[in-house]
Unconditional design. Structure first.
Length: 392
């Protein structure tokens, strides 16, 4: 085939695909509306970085100057906000079971007297750890305020004995911690989650739309017409169909990257061109993987189901919600079969930490291998497009 006929056939198939994209609302929603909704939803959901003013309750049976000061200081913390005082533990427990509060603090009687007499009174915390993020943050603040309250009383007693502030500090805190949160010093959950959840959602849309685009050709009995327009060349048919989709999905991914790394100023230690190339690579790798899945299971229902399963599992097995190194050896091997795993490692090593590309060469090669998967299935795809009969 001459270059001129090749280009004419390619543009003919592309024109056909663009016409399908324009006149089918499912493509508008799956490629533009829903991805943009996901981008804005997750980036705005965690816009504050951490949840603030989560409701907590108090059972203060001491009602002393020390306990009231302790509660005022606790209420000043960022994540917690005291919304109710209860007369006993049962009332507070029922309120927590009704999800009116996430936790409550129990201060026993005679706490101030026991504290001044060095009898170590016990302050109890009850928190709902079924909501893991809220429970862990509230527990952290409750433990911090109890430690600070005890330290303030101890400081007053040591000062009355004539110790200097330096001596008091060495007694109350003999070891000082120096914490460095690398690449996310604000401990911003938006930075940690939006940079991983959003691309996983976008990759899921790419997988589903790609499988649907191939399956609908068989379901509507249009595959032979499509191949005829492509001069019976599978490469031309696939390229003409998916180049317009690649352009749209890539623009959406680039917008997501601009929104996070430029507009919201998320930390990154590389130039924006590399970020754009990695985004394009993810889109193409996901498309090629979906084409490979369809060639193995050439039905609309089964191919979309497998792609949906693969995309959803990416949230867990790619390493950004649970460390891959802590999984069983079989799951560690299985994680390499997910394009999102390799994208995440490239993001972590090259975009976030700023390492040179040669440190992540194996993940780059893995994504390139995903892109080459359809090449091994061309003859099978041609047979599917000509001979396969759709069964609902």
């Amino acid at each position: 085939m001459s270059n001129k006929r090749f280009i004419q056939s390619l543009f003919r198939v592309m024109k056909r695909e663009v016409d399908s994209l324009v006149h089918a609302p499912i493509y508008w929603f799956s490629m533009i509306v829903f991805p943009l909704f996901v981008i804005f939803f997750f980036s705005e959901l965690m816009n504050e970085g951490l949840p603030t003013d989560m409701p907590v309750g108090v059972v203060d049976l001491d009602n002393s100057t020390t306990s009231r000061k302790l509660l005022r200081n606790y209420d000043a913390f960022q994540q917690s906000h005291i919304v109710a005082h209860y007369s006993d533990v049962n009332q507070a427990r029922r309120a927590m079971q009704k999800c009116e509060i996430y936790a409550f603090m129990y201060i026993p009687q005679n706490m101030e007297r026991d504290l001044l007499a060095s009898r170590q009174p016990k302050i109890s915390f009850y928190y709902n750890n079924s909501v893991l993020l809220a429970g862990s943050l509230i527990y952290k603040e409750m433990r911090a305020i109890s430690t600070l309250g005890a330290a303030s009383v101890g400081s007053a007693k040591l000062q009355a004995k004539g110790l200097t502030q330096r001596q008091i500090k060495s007694v109350l805190q003999p070891i000082a911690t120096d914490v460095h949160a690398i690449d996310n010093p604000m401990l911003n959950y938006n930075i940690a989650l939006s940079t991983t959840i959003i691309p996983a959602c976008l990759a899921l849309f790419v997988l589903l739309v790609t499988a649907y685009s191939l399956g609908i050709e068989l379901k509507k009995n249009r595959a032979k017409t499509w191949m005829t327009m492509a001069e019976n060349k599978v490469m031309i048919a696939l390229a003409g169909k998916f180049i317009p989709q690649t352009v749209i999905f890539t623009l959406v991914v680039w917008f997501y990257q601009y929104w996070l790394f430029v507009h919201l100023d998320f930390p990154h230690n590389c130039n924006f061109l590399l970020i754009m190339i990695v985004g394009l690579t993810l889109v193409v790798a996901a498309q090629c993987f979906a084409i490979f899945v369809f060639s193995l299971l050439p039905t609309l229902r089964m191919s979309m189901s497998i792609c949906a399963l693969w995309g959803v599992l990416s949230f867990s097995i790619s390493g950004f919600t649970y460390p891959v190194t802590s999984m069983s050896p079989s799951l560690q091997i299985l994680s390499n079969l997910f394009p999102m795993r390799h994208y995440y490692m490239i993001y972590q090593m090259n975009i976030l930490h700023g390492y040179s590309l040669h440190y992540s060469w194996m993940y780059i090669v893995a994504l390139l291998m995903f892109m080459m998967l359809p090449l091994f299935m061309l003859s099978r795809l041609k047979k599917i497009f000509y001979k396969y009969v759709y069964l609902p």
